[in-house]
Design a binder for this molecule. Structure first.
Ligand SMILES: [Zn+2]
Ligand SMILES: [Zn+2]
Length: 147
């Protein structure tokens, strides 16, 4: 992610925290920044590992709780429970994912045609559609080579 894109996400985050009545503590900011810096859609464990060296006082439980709070307030999104692990995403706007089923790598995909998908009647007949995103399960080039 480019530096300007990151800055924009962080300043939007601060703005959204304020409008959600959530105080922007240094710890919350650190955790959000770690998420923005890591384009892999990291799990809470990975965010914790990233922060741990420089911030040994932040516990794994805190990272879990903080990310959960962010998600409840629409500050981050949760990638559909993937391979039984939680994976967080600083992007909350609709986008799609390419997921390697072997190494569990998650790559962002922006695609106007997918954004404009014709929603099947079976989905909307009795339900209110909130949002959707498309996951493409793949075996990535790296994993293919490893064989
Ligand atoms: Zn892979
Ligand atoms: Zn994403």
């Amino acid at each position: 992610m480019e530096a300007t894109v990151k800055q924009k996400l962080v300043s939007e985050f601060i703005g959204k925290c304020r409008s959600e009545g959530l105080s922007v503590t240094p710890q919350r900011l650190l955790i959000y920044q770690a998420l923005v810096d890591d384009t892999s859609h990291p799990s809470p464990e990975k965010v914790y590992q990233t922060l741990h060296a420089d911030h040994p006082t932040i516990s794994l439980a805190t990272v879990y709780k903080t990310l959960e709070t962010f998600q409840k307030h629409g500050l981050v999104s949760l990638v559909t429970t993937l391979h039984n692990t939680l994976r967080y995403d600083p992007k909350v706007k609709r986008h799609h994912h390419i997921v390697c089923v072997k190494c569990k790598k998650v790559i962002d995909l922006e695609d106007a045609e997918l954004d404009a998908l014709k929603i099947p009647k079976a989905v909307t007949r009795e339900n209110n559609l909130i949002d959707y995103s498309v996951h493409f399960n793949v075996i990535c080039a790296e994993c293919r080579e490893k064989k």
